[in-house]
Write a protein that binds this ligand. Structure first.
Ligand SMILES: NC(=O)c1ccc[n+]([C@@H]2O[C@H](COP(=O)([O-])OP(=O)(O)OC[C@H]3O[C@@H](n4cnc5c(N)ncnc54)[C@H](OP(=O)(O)O)[C@@H]3O)[C@@H](O)[C@H]2O)c1
Length: 300
């Protein structure tokens, strides 16, 4: 679907015909846009409009989840966009996530089929396990169900979210299938260098949730603000560019059309090594936005 590409060097990257976003190549051979669109907590008519605007702006990776209760509007926005724009459905990656309460082998297969029905699409492009919930301890069953759904053609690529290196080793040992992505909390105040190294060892693409740092976005920090001034861009664009150069795929959420456009416009400038290092230096061991330690946080 695309050539191997390095999004930290846009000139090396492949561009789809209808969108200028570079892509990364996943370990299963499929392409993943280098920046995606987060959809939590977008719902209802306003949610539909935001996702439509994002698609119009050029986003080709849309991140949903059962627990966001918006698969219906995400699917409708994609269907309408494809019909009205003429953009090939295959250029869009719709991603959703299996919730903790559906991990068991008795529930996961039906949950995946229900997601597909709510989306109203012919397949889910990327299905993730939302949280490992290791205390409940059924993520290995959930992974087997995702792999099976891929074999049955319901799902094109399979991945996980919030998995630690130990959780990754468990599911790879069980199935010999390596997740295509692991979506983790990642922003300048929590830069996850260890997990990114683990992903590199396994050939897993890192997706970044709360990539700006949400309410705690470090827009005023000197390293971010001064890079913004030097490059003539906004602090948010600096942070998203930092992700791209790290090799992680940020999934910024914005309900504001101008911000949606700006958040995609991060391929026309490059941060220096010193600027990258100064932004990474904002990371703190306690930099998580909430107590979302995957070893202890359980989300159903
Ligand atoms: N896997 C998981 O466990 C998990 C957990 C959390 C989130 N996620 C995913 O990650 C996505 C993004 O995370 P998030 O929404 O928590 O955090 P975020 O994308 O870092 O921050 C979103 C906030 O930043 C604002 N914003 C966006 N662009 C901006 C810009 N250019 N300048 C200034 N402010 C800007 C948005 O406001 P406006 O909307 O008002 O523009 C919104 O308040 C979610 O939507 C979801 O898809 C996954």
């Amino acid at each position: 679907m695309s050539n191997p590409s390095n999004p930290s060097n846009p000139s090396n990257s492949s561009n789809s015909s209808n969108s200028s976003i570079p892509t990364l190549t996943l370990n299963d051979g499929h392409a993943l846009p280098a920046v995606g669109f987060g959809t939590y907590p977008l719902q209802g008519d306003a949610g539909y409009r935001a996702v439509r605007q994002a698609l119009d702006a050029g986003y080709r990776l849309i991140d949903s989840a059962v627990n966001y209760e918006n698969e219906g509007v995400v699917g409708k926005a994609i269907r309408d966009f494809v019909t009205e724009s003429g953009v090939d459905r295959d250029e869009i990656t719709v991603q959703t996530k299996l919730p903790g309460r559906h991990h068991g082998a008795d529930r996961a297969p039906a949950s995946i089929e229900e997601s597909l029905a709510r989306l109203g699409l012919e397949r889910i492009d990327m299905m993730l396990i939302h949280w490992p919930n290791p205390i409940t301890g059924r993520y290995r069953e959930a992974w087997a169900a995702l792999v099976d759904a891929r074999e049955r053609g319901l799902v094109r690529s399979v991945g996980v979210s919030n998995f630690t290196a130990a959780h990754l080793s468990d599911i790879i040992a069980d199935t010999d299938v390596t997740p295509a992505v692991n979506q983790i909390e990642l922003h300048p105040c929590f830069s996850q260098s260890e997990m990114r190294r683990a992903h590199a060892r396994h050939g897993i693409v890192t997706e970044a949730w709360s990539p700006l740092g949400k309410r705690e976005a470090p827009f005023d920090q000197e390293s971010v603000a001064s890079a913004a001034e030097v490059h003539g861009v906004s602090p948010a664009q600096v942070i998203l560019r930092w992700h791209v150069q790290l090799g992680s795929v940020p999934l910024p959420k914005s309900a504001t059309p101008e911000r949606q456009v700006a958040n995609l416009d991060v391929f026309g400038f490059a941060l220096s090594d010193d600027e990258m290092a100064a932004i990474s230096a904002l990371t703190r061991p306690d930099g998580r936005l909430f107590d979302g330690d995957p070893d202890t946080h359980e989300e159903m």
